[in-house]
Design a protein around this ligand. Structure first.
Ligand code: ADP
Ligand code: MG
Length: 700
């Protein structure tokens, strides 16, 4: 970053975004107000307004050097998609002008046939369409104006991650407003989920990356012996950032700031070569778009620095993987955080009701929360003693727990409870963020004024987990609202709701160490779900409960859920298929030949020395390596047999996914173990790949 740039940061911030400021500058007051109303209340746009916005947007984009526009959307691949059209419009006389119509802004036709649809799109109907999401700002990427859009099939079914997210925001807003109104808040109009996703990532040197087909094809090292040093010394976490990485981080910040992303915190993470970036939280729709932009910029900027950014959940065995902590809260249109304990007892009762709704939501929909983070990559993290376990539980801290238990125990003193409770909550403000212990092992932690869902993997779109979280909380709030709206005395009813919730859902609360076997046993005793793999978890998506709750809040239709189930199972199987083929390719073409060559070298050495100078160690080493060589050959054969056995994985997608989970993964693990053992015996100049130690400890 140039010195000049630094002084200009306030000016640069959002300079590549057609944001509120640019709109205010370039639209007539009437158009601006109409658009604002659409943005805030979802009222439909007239064609005239769309035309005016499109014209202003185009002028702004052209002034910033754009030549193309693209509807930017988030298909079920989990990454973003774009198709660029130029603004070029030919005129009758053969000349061209740069044009962009309201129609082009609002709706795009897109060939949907190459995006996963899980059977939603009939084969004869390949068309899908993208529709402008005016609640997320358009921005510039290179010479293209990117317009955030939703993506649907022609029949109107969602083919993307944004549509259900927006619907879940509506659902939780509507139900939260009902609860607030029942408490006497007459002017609240909207409640918005606010999210700050902390993004973990690895950086490795590009030269090393180029030599590793596993990193290139699958994003993770499929082979590689554990280096003598890992993260045992805790010397990387928050350690001083190496100069080349610091330059990368600074460059990344600047690019993100230009795009209006509030990149705020950056530091080294626990594993060597692992880092984190956290933005300042914002509304969940923007946060989701910004997180996609962040991941893309992380990769792009890395290239400029001779680095590669790995966003895989588990690039290297033996050291920590990467996650994405999803910090979530609810905020009213007046900017009040509903999870911030109030100053008055009344404010605290409201806080407790919203808090109870989250406890109940996490308990009742623990399986759906688990499904929302289920991917082949994340299966390496969850439950692997470094990330939260696959069992969903909630950490709320000892103070909060003590208070909830006090409320629960009042149950025999029904009459007096209101007073007792009022007194109890009166003392509540003294508990604060600082006293909530930072329990890193919990999948879902209350951290003072927000909840931190720690299960999402680093490469995941946060749309999925937030869609589930919003919908689950909407469901509980709707049931609470039914009770509160019909209550004679709202406060008494509210306390009853909190007490019942604690009584019936306390099992989900666990403040202890989530990594221990004792907790696993205890969780089973409590009846909590332990869905260890993606294949274990995915069927929950099409359970009766899932279909009911998503249907009730109009977030997913049953057909949409079934299509997602098919797609996610398919993605799981394909991911593993690619990993399997990559392993076979590397093992057969590089690793086995290297081992055989080294055995040959040893044998030639032994022969050349003759009996007189024979070395016992050389003979021993050759014997050992010959055994390993044979074992390696056998394991390659076993995995190849699985790859060729297409018959056994035929049938439905579930059967196929299960085949990879139960058969392929163990065979891959065995092959890796043998290959890694070979690596420990083979000289560096014979081994075909840079070692994991070289990659993560490179001085940069
Ligand atoms: P850490 O968890 O690493 O200690 P913080 O708690 O300060 O760090 O913040 C982590 C993330 O949580 C940041 O992205 C921050 O903006 C976000 N965050 C803070 N307050 C809220 C809130 N009320 N709602 C949602 N996210 C929040
Ligand atoms: Mg955090």
């Amino acid at each position: 970053m140039e010195r000049n740039d630094k002084n200009r940061i306030p000016e640069l911030f959002g300079s590549l975004v057609f944001n509120d400021e640019s709109m205010r500058e370039r639209l007539t007051k009437e158009t601006y107000d109409a658009l604002k109303k659409t943005r805030e209340e979802g009222s439909p746009l007239t064609p005239e307004i769309a035309e005016a916005v499109a014209a202003a947007m185009k002028d702004w984009a052209l002034e910033h050097g754009a030549t193309h526009f693209t509807h930017w959307f988030q298909p079920l691949t989990g990454i973003t998609a774009e198709k660029h059209d130029s603004f070029l419009t030919p005129q009758k006389d053969g000349s061209v002008i740069m044009d962009f119509s309201g129609k082009e802004l609002i709706k795009g036709e897109s060939d949907a046939s190459s995006f996963p649809s899980g059977g939603l799109r009939a084969t004869f109907e390949a068309r899908g369409y993208t529709a402008w999401d005016p609640t997320s700002y358009a921005f510039l990427k290179g010479t293209s104006l990117c317009i955030p859009t939703v993506f649907c099939s022609y029949g109107g079914e969602a083919l993307d991650k944004k549509t259900p997210l927006l619907k879940s925001v509506e659902a939780v807003s509507a139900q939260a407003v009902r609860v607030l109104r029942a408490f006497g808040d007459k002017d609240v109009r909207r409640v918005t989920p606010m999210v700050g996703p902390e993004q973990e990532y690895f950086l490795v040197d590009r030269d090393y990356y180029e030599h590793r087909r596993d990193l290139k094809y699958t994003g993770r090292a499929l082979f590689g012996a554990k280096p003598p040093k890992g993260q045992e010394l805790d010397d990387h976490y928050f350690g001083s950032v190496k100069p080349r990485i610091a330059e990368y981080m600074q460059d990344l910040d600047l690019e993100l700031w230009k795009l209006g992303v509030y990149a705020k915190t950056k530091h080294n993470e626990a594993a060597p070569a692992q880092h984190e970036l956290a933005p300042i939280y914002t509304d969940v729709n923007t946060a989701t778009d910004h997180n996609q932009i962040t991941m893309e910029m992380m990769r792009r900027v890395a290239r400029r620095h001779g680095l590669v950014c790995l966003l895989h959940e588990k690039p290297f065995n033996g050291i920590n993987g990467s996650g994405k902590h999803n910090n979530w809260s609810l905020s009213t249109d007046k900017g009040e955080n509903l999870f911030k304990p109030g100053d008055s007892p009344a404010g605290n009762i409201r806080f407790l009701v919203f808090f109870a709704a989250v406890i109940k939501a996490v308990d009742e929909f623990q399986d759906l929360l688990r499904v929302s983070v289920a991917t082949a990559g994340n299966d390496h993290r969850l439950g692997a003693n470094e990330a939260p376990p696959a069992i969903v539980s909630m950490f709320i801290g000892d103070d909060m727990l003590a208070m909830l238990e006090a409320i629960e125990k009042e149950k025999t003193y029904a009459k007096k409870s209101a007073d007792a409770f009022t007194l109890g909550v009166g003392a509540l403000p003294s508990f604060s963020k600082d006293t909530t212990d930072r329990n890193r092992t919990s999948p879902f932690a209350f951290t003072g004024n927000k909840f931190e869902f720690r299960m999402p993997g680093s490469s995941l779109s946060i749309a999925g987990p937030n869609t589930v979280l919003n919908t689950a909380v909407a469901e509980e709030l709707s049931l609470f609202a039914d009770r509160l709206e019909g209550a004679e005395d709202v406060e008494t009813e509210a306390i009853a709701l909190v007490r019942e919730t604690v009584r019936d859902h306390k099992r989900i609360i666990f403040n202890g160490d989530g990594y221990t076997d004792a907790w696993k046993k205890e969780a089973t005793r409590r009846g909590l779900a332990d869905l260890r793999t993606t294949v274990d978890a995915l069927p929950c998506l099409i359970s009766e409960k899932s279909i009911r709750v998503f249907g009730r809040h109009k977030v997913f239709t049953e057909a949409e859920l079934r299509s997602r189930y098919e797609i996610y199972l398919g993605t799981y199987a394909k991911t593993l298929h690619i990993e399997m083929l990559t392993m076979l390719d590397m093992a057969s073409r590089d690793i086995y030949p290297a081992v055989a060559r080294y055995c040959g070298m040893l044998a030639a050495g032994i022969r050349a020395r003759g009996e007189e100078f024979s070395s016992l160690s050389e003979t021993e080493e050759l014997k050992k390596l010959t055994l390993l060589e044979n074992e390696l050959y056998r394991r390659i054969g076993a995995l190849r047999a699985l790859a060729e056995d297409t018959e056994s994985r035929k049938g439905n997608t579930y059967r196929t996914a299960l085949y990879y989970c139960d058969k392929v993964i163990p065979a891959m693990r065995e092959l890796r173990r043998t290959a890694d053992e070979c690596e420990e015996h083979i000289p560096q100049d014979v081994w075909p790949y840079p070692s994991i130690g070289d990659m993560i400890f490179k001085k940069v």
